[in-house]
Design a binder for this molecule. Structure first.
Ligand SMILES: [Zn+2]
Length: 459
C-alpha cells in the first residue's frame, strides 16, 4: 500500500491544484463564450466560477446545505490532514462531484477512504456491444457465476438529485416558465463546470454517453446525467428539503440496459470510491448483462410509465407476456407480505415456529420464474427457508440456503456483506445439526411418529 508523507504531498497538492484551477477557468470561459444564452430577457448568465468556487478536496468546513463543485476521493494522510493522491489514481481516475457540504464531510469521515484501489476482475467478464434497436449494451464475455464481481468503476460524475439553482431568491419575480428555464440553464452551467474539471479522457467518455432527454428542456449535460445516473442509497442529504438522493454517472456501467428481470445488482463501495456490479444468478457467455431502471414489483403498465423517459420499450419476457407476469409478481408481493416482511428481517435469527417449507418454496419458484433474484423479496424468502430448514434439523438444506443467502447479500452489498449477520446465518448450520441430534435422542428407536418426536422436543 502506498504511503504519503505530509511535506511532499503538500507541495504536489499545491502544484496540482494551481494547474487544475487554471485549466478549468479557461475551459469554462471558452464553453460559455461559444454557447448562445437561452435565458429570458433581463436575466444574466450565472457566474458559475464565482458562485460555485473551485474547491480543493481538502476543505471541509462548509455548512450542511452549501453546494460544492469538488473532486473526490481525497485520502487521509497519516499525519491528519487530507491529501490528494488516492491509491490507484493513475488507473482509477477522479470523480467530479456536485455535492453538499454535509455529504462531503460524510465521505471524508470514511475511515478507509481512498486506501483501496478500485477492484479489478481477474479475467474480464464483460464487453460493450451494440444491440439491434437498443444501442450500446453489455454482454458476458465468459460464463459468470452468481455473486461474482463483473465490473467496478470509479464514476465520472456524482450530482445532487434536486434540479435547483443557487440564485433562486433572485428569480421570484419571473413567471413559472421563465423560472424553469433559468433553473435548467443554471444546472447545465454548474454541471458544465464539473465536466470541464474532468481530464480529457474522462470528459470524452462523458460526452459519448447516450442522451434520451432531447426534448424536455434539459441541456446536453443535464440530459446525459438524467439518462445515465444510478441512484445511490448510501449517499443521501438528510438536511434541508428532505431526503435527496444522489445520482452517479459512470462510463461503462452507465451502458447497462434495463430488464424487468435483471441478472445483476449494484452497490456503492465507499473505501474504493467505486460503483460495483455483481451477478445475481449465473450468466452464460454471450448473454446480455442487465440492470433495473425502475421499480420491479409493480405491474407492466406502471413500469412502462416509469421507463417512458428513457425512450425505449422493454422487450423482456415479463413485458412480452404481461398478463402472466403481472399475476406472478402480484402473488409474490402478497405472499411475502403474508410472512410479515419486517424492515429489519435480516437481523432476526429466531427460529420460526411454523416449519412448513412448501409455501416458501412456492414463493421462491414464482420469484425465480420472474427473474427477481435481485429483489429483497427473494433475499427474505431465502433467509426464511434457511431458518426453517435449521428449525427442522435439515443440515444439508440449511447449508444450501445459507450459501444462497450469502450470494444474495454479496451481490447486493459487496464485501460489506461479510459481517456478523452472515456469520450468524452460517451458524444456523450448527443449529440444524443440534436440532437433528436432539431429534435422534428424543425419538424412540424404530417407530417414532413425526408429531410425537416434535412434542417431546418442545417439552
Ligand atoms: Zn420488461
Amino acid at each position: 500500500m502506498a504511503t504519503t508523507t505530509g511535506t511532499s504531498s503538500a507541495v504536489k497538492t499545491d502544484d496540482f491544484w494551481t494547474t487544475y484551477t487554471d485549466r478549468v477557468k479557461e475551459n469554462v470561459n471558452k464553453r460559455f463564450a461559444e454557447t448562445p444564452s437561452a435565458l429570458p430577457e433581463g436575466v444574466e448568465d450565472l457566474d458559475v466560477m464565482n458562485t460555485m468556487q473551485v474547491l480543493t478536496p481538502f476543505k471541509l468546513d462548509h455548512s450542511d446545505n452549501q453546494m460544492l463543485c469538488t473532486t473526490l476521493p481525497m485520502r487521509h494522510s497519516s499525519n491528519g490532514p487530507l491529501s490528494q493522491d488516492p491509491v490507484g489514481l493513475a488507473t482509477d481516475g477522479l470523480t467530479e462531484c456536485y455535492i453538499s457540504g454535509y455529504l462531503k464531510r460524510m465521505i471524508a469521515s470514511t475511515p478507509d477512504l481512498g486506501e483501496y484501489p478500485v477492484p479489478r476482475v481477474e479475467v474480464k467478464a464483460h464487453r460493450l456491444t451494440t444491440f439491434p434497436g437498443k444501442g450500446l449494451g453489455m454482454v458476458a464475455e465468459r460464463d459468470i457465476r452468481a455473486g461474482e464481481l463483473i465490473l467496478a468503476e470509479r464514476p465520472l460524475l456524482i450530482v445532487h438529485g434536486l434540479i435547483a439553482t443557487p440564485r433562486q431568491a433572485q428569480l421570484d419575480h419571473l413567471t413559472k416558465t421563465d423560472n424553469d428555464q433559468v433553473i435548467m440553464h443554471d444546472v447545465e452551467s454548474i454541471f458544465a463546470l464539473s465536466v470541464e474539471r474532468m481530464n480529457p479522457e474522462r470528459k470524452k467518455a462523458f460526452e459519448n454517453l447516450a442522451n434520451s432527454h432531447l426534448h424536455d428542456g434539459s441541456g446536453p449535460i443535464l440530459g446525459r446525467v438524467r439518462t445515465n445516473s444510478f441512484a445511490v442509497p448510501e449517499m443521501i442529504d438528510p438536511s434541508g428539503m428532505g431526503q435527496i438522493n444522489y445520482g452517479v454517472v459512470c462510463d461503462e456501467l452507465s451502458r447497462l440496459n434495463h430488464s424487468c428481470s435483471p441478472n445483476t445488482t449494484h452497490y456503492w463501495d465507499m473505501p474504493s470510491f467505486s460503483m460495483q456490479l455483481r451477478a445475481v444468478r449465473d450468466i452464460e457467455k454471450g448473454q446480455e448483462i442487465t440492470t433495473q431502471y425502475c421499480e420491479l414489483g409493480v405491474p407492466f403498465v406502471v413500469r412502462q410509465k416509469m421507463l417512458a423517459s428513457y425512450n425505449f420499450s422493454c422487450g423482456c419476457e415479463s413485458c412480452l407476456y404481461p398478463k402472466t407476469s403481472d399475476s406472478r409478481r402480484f402473488k409474490c408481493a402478497n405472499a411475502v407480505a403474508r410472512h410479515g416482511y419486517p424492515k429489519d428481517w435480516s437481523r432476526d435469527f429466531e427460529l420460526p415456529k411454523v416449519t412448513a417449507v412448501k409455501p416458501l418454496l412456492e414463493i421462491r419458484d414464482l420469484l425465480l420464474q420472474e427473474g427477481l433474484e435481485c429483489s429483497s423479496m427473494y433475499g427474505f424468502i431465502v433467509f426464511l427457508l434457511m431458518k426453517t430448514y435449521a428449525a427442522r434439523g435439515d443440515v444439508a438444506k440449511t447449508r444450501e440456503y445459507a450459501g444462497k443467502y450469502n450470494v444474495w447479500r454479496l451481490a447486493g452489498f459487496g464485501k460489506a456483506a461479510n459481517d456478523d449477520e452472515l456469520d450468524k446465518a452460517f451458524g444456523l448450520v450448527e443449529t440444524a445439526e443440534m436440532v437433528q441430534k436432539m431429534r435422534g435422542r428424543l425419538q424412540p428407536k424404530g417407530k417414532a411418529g413425526k408429531g410425537k418426536g416434535k412434542e417431546k422436543a418442545e417439552a
